[in-house]
Ligand binder design. Structure first.
Ligand code: PMP
Length: 430
């Protein structure tokens, strides 16, 4: 594939933007090479500046569950744009989106709309801290909750009681208030609670991890966390920025029947425009300003264009056939990839929930961060680039979720599986 224009653009981009990008993974650091610069998208496909076309499994990292430029979303945004793009005053569309979120999610009685997932999680923990009058939070290794200071913490080996900042610039005091446990390890969480439970304001997690690659919760894990939180008066926060309206209309909380105290949302609820939200029990949400003392605000929050895109997206998703269709395609992709791995004799594991999936190049079960990082990342990099040459655009890192949209067709999945067969055969022969 010719990528001359993208190469030129990437060189220029690096003059003005750190790494040539506005969000790190886009720079292809994990896999090397030059990212194609995307100029358009339609349905399940994207087009780069050199005129190449790709079947897209990134889908803007999750928001585009209807595919690119869905007519209903385009129409909603265009017609709102003609009537104004931002008012900084209440508008009917934000009430409409909020109502739909409350109706969809059992854990959400009231919601505050923000502009990104990061804002949602950051505000949710502020609220949890104010509500419980405690400062510590517990997160899980490998879970990503945006780039606010409190979340950029990874467990130092065995050092469970003291957070170690992953990013420079995070004050040690902030890091110390973030405890880190192993995903799917309820025993470890119990031990942490035994020592510090009374100080923990909130447990926050992706109920299905997507940011170490897809790692589903093992049976009993979410239920166990719910119980522990009840016992210690700690709030349970589900970060459903990815899973909300992805794995079921009512998110992972509906799929697993475990109801969090607070829920963070983003991605799909903005239909491709910048949106986030946090919501939960009314009694907690009423602590948010202006009803309560917990400050939270935003010039563009509840932006009418984003609201219009979100409402149009949810309206399509509400239809009965949505999630069965996504499950059907997801299963077809999973089965096809597994066969391709077996045929080629390449060890791999596929984790999937509905239309989110990761193929890990490891023979072992992937149930947490430690088992995920055993994957062969250099094999992944080769696989990624070979798939790109085949016209399949996968997330440019082993530790990300692939997303299927309603615009993907069975033929697209069949094409992807065939491409995987060819690529794995070639890689194996090397
Ligand atoms: N939480 C989760 C689970 C996410 O996947 C992300 C982003 N990928 C965020 C929070 C942060 O969202 P944003 O990038 O919109 O700030």
């Amino acid at each position: 594939m010719n990528r001359e224009v993208s190469i030129r653009l990437f060189t220029e981009a690096q003059k003005y933007l750190p790494g040539g990008v506005n969000s790190p993974v886009r720079a292809f650091k994990a896999v090397g090479g030059t990212p194609p610069f995307i100029v358009g998208g339609e349905g399940a496909r994207i087009y780069d500046a050199d005129g190449n076309s790709y079947l897209d499994y990134v889908c803007s990292w999750g928001p585009l569950i209807l595919g690119h430029a869905h007519p209903a979303v385009v129409e909603a945004v265009a017609s709102q744009a003609k009537r104004g793009m931002s008012f900084g005053a209440p508008c009917p569309l934000e009430v409409e989106l909020a109502r739909r979120l409350v109706e969809a999610l059992p854990g959400v009685e009231m919601v505050r709309l923000v502009n990104s997932g990061t804002e949602a999680t950051m505000s949710a923990i502020r609220l949890a801290r104010a509500y419980t009058r405690r400062f510590k939070i517990l997160k899980f290794e490998g879970c990503y909750h945006g780039h606010a200071d409190s979340f950029l913490i990874k467990a130092g080996s065995g050092a469970l009681t003291l957070g170690v900042p992953t990013s420079p610039g995070v004050p040690p005091g902030t890091a110390a208030d973030t405890l880190v446990a192993r995903f799917n390890d309820l025993k470890m969480v119990r031990e942490i609670f035994k020592e510090q439970g009374e100080e923990i304001a909130a447990v926050i997690l992706e109920p299905i991890a997507g940011n170490m690659g897809v790692v589903p919760p093992q049976p009993g894990f979410l239920e166990g966390l719910r119980e522990l939180c009840n016992t210690y008066g700690t709030l349970l926060i589900f970060d459903e920025v990815i899973t909300g309206f992805r794995v079921a209309y009512g998110g992972a909380q509906t799929l697993y029947g475990v109801i969090p105290d607070l829920t963070c949302l983003g991605k799909i609820i903005g239909g491709g425009l910048p949106v986030g939200a946090f919501g939960g029990r009314k009694e907690i949400m009423e602590m948010v300003a202006p009803v309560g003392p917990v400050y939270q605000a935003g010039t563009l929050s509840g932006n009418p264009l984003a609201m219009a895109a979100g409402i149009a997206t949810l309206e399509v998703l509400r239809q009965e056939e949505t999630y069965p269709y996504l499950e059907k395609l997801g299963k077809m992709l999973e089965d096809g990839l597994r066969e391709a791995l077996e045929e080629a004799g390449v060890p791999g594991r596929i984790n999937r929930v509905g239309s989110m999936l990761t193929l890990f190049f490891t023979p072992e079960e992937v149930k947490d961060y430690a088992s995920a990082v055993k994957s062969d990342t250099s094999l992944f990099a080769n696989f990624f680039h070979a798939m790109l040459e085949e016209g399949v655009y996968l997330p440019p890192s082993q530790f990300e979720a692939w997303f299927i949209s309603l615009a993907h067709k069975e033929e697209d999945v069949a094409f992807t599986v065939e491409a995987t067969r060819r690529v794995l055969r070639k890689l194996k022969a090397k």
